[in-house]
Design a protein around this ligand. Structure first.
Ligand code: PAF
Length: 284
C-alpha cells in the first residue's frame, strides 16, 4: 500500500486509472471501516482510502482537538487487510491551503434536520470535504456506512444534483457483539458507559418490534424510547421515526401503508455523543 500526503502524489499514483473505488474516513479505523474497504474492492480497483480529520465539519464546542488520530496503527490495519492500494492522508494545509470560502450548502429539508439541527454546519463541512476529496481521487465508486444514515443521503443527493459520475454504495452498520454500532468515538466511553451504550440500539429494535406488531403511533414509539434513555441518564437529542426516502416525518396512514421507515437516534452518554439508526416497516 502506498501512503501519500499530497494531491500531486495521489494523482501520480492514480494516473490512467478509470475504475477507482474510494472510502473516505477520518481514521481511527475499526472493523466497520475495514468492511467498507472490502466492499469498495468488490466494486472497483484500485481502492483508495483517505484519512483526514475535517475541521470544517466540527462545531466550536465539539471534539475536533481530541478526535483520535492513530495514523500508524491505521496503516498497519490497512496493510494487514490488503484491500487498499493507496492511502491518502493529507495534512490540513493540503486540503485547505486557503480559507474554504466556497462551501456546499445542503438543502435545509435534508441537511437542516436531525443531525443538521443539533450540529449546525456539520453537513456543510461534510459536503464540502467530500466534494474536494472526490475531485482529488476522481472515483467511479465511493462507499459510505449506513451508520451515518443522513450523511449518506446528503452525499447521494449532492452527487445527483451536481451530476457527479460517482456511484455511492452503502454498507450496513457493523456492530459489536452486544449491538453497539462501531464508531471511532466509542473509545471515549468509560467502562460503565460502554456497558450502557448498547441500549440505544436495543431501543431501536424495540421500536422495530412494536411497529411490526401493529403500533403506528409515531409519537408514542419515539416518546417511550426517549423517556427510557433520559431515565437512565442519557441526554437525548432525538429519537425520530422518518421515511427512508427523504427523512420526512411519516403520517400514520403512510406508516400503515408500509412506507419504508428508519428510526434515527442521537444521544449523549456522559460526554460522548452516539448516533444510530435502524430501518423498519409497519407489520414487518
Ligand atoms: O464519516 C466520516 O468519517 C466523515 O464524515 C467523512 C465522510 C470522511 C467526511 O469527513
Amino acid at each position: 500500500m502506498k501512503v501519500v500526503h499530497t494531491i500531486e502524489e495521489l494523482r501520480d499514483q492514480l494516473r490512467g486509472q478509470l475504475h477507482v473505488s474510494f472510502v473516505p474516513t477520518m481514521g481511527n479505523l475499526h472493523a466497520g471501516h475495514l468492511a467498507l474497504m472490502k466492499l469498495a474492492r468488490q466494486h472497483g480497483s484500485p481502492v483508495v482510502a483517505s484519512i483526514f480529520v475535517n475541521r470544517l465539519q466540527f462545531g466550536p464546542n465539539e471534539d475536533f482537538d481530541r478526535y483520535p488520530r492513530t495514523l500508524e496503527s491505521d496503516i498497519e490495519k490497512l496493510e494487514r487487510e490488503r484491500d487498499v492500494y493507496v492511502l491518502f492522508a493529507p495534512r490540513e494545509s493540503e486540503m485547505y491551503p486557503e480559507p474554504q470560502s466556497f462551501q456546499i450548502q445542503p438543502p435545509s429539508d435534508l441537511g437542516g434536520i436531525l443531525e443538521g439541527e443539533f450540529r449546525p454546519g456539520f453537513f456543510m463541512g461534510v459536503g464540502t470535504v467530500v466534494l474536494k476529496l472526490f475531485s482529488c481521487v476522481q472515483p467511479r465508486v465511493a462507499v459510505f456506512g449506513k451508520k451515518d444514515y443522513q450523511q449518506l443521503m446528503v452525499v447521494r443527493s449532492m452527487c445527483r444534483q451536481f451530476q457527479l459520475p460517482v456511484n455511492i454504495l452503502a454498507h450496513e452498520t457493523v456492530r459489536d457483539h452486544d449491538g453497539l454500532a462501531l464508531s471511532s468515538r466509542n473509545v471515549y466511553l468509560s467502562e460503565a458507559e460502554r456497558a450502557e451504550a448498547p441500549r440505544l440500539y436495543a431501543l431501536l429494535q424495540r421500536i422495530q418490534d412494536q411497529l411490526k406488531q401493529g403500533c403506528a403511533d409515531r409519537e408514542q414509539l419515539e416518546g417511550e424510547a426517549l423517556a427510557d434513555l433520559s431515565g437512565r441518564g442519557w441526554q437525548v437529542d432525538y429519537v425520530s421515526l422518518r421515511r427512508q426516502r427523504d427523512l420526512g416525518i411519516p403520517t400514520a396512514e403512510e406508516i400503515r401503508a408500509g412506507e419504508p421507515l428508519v428510526t434515527l437516534a442521537a444521544a449523549k452518554l456522559g460526554a460522548t455523543r452516539l448516533i444510530d439508526n435502524l430501518e423498519m416497516r409497519y407489520g414487518e
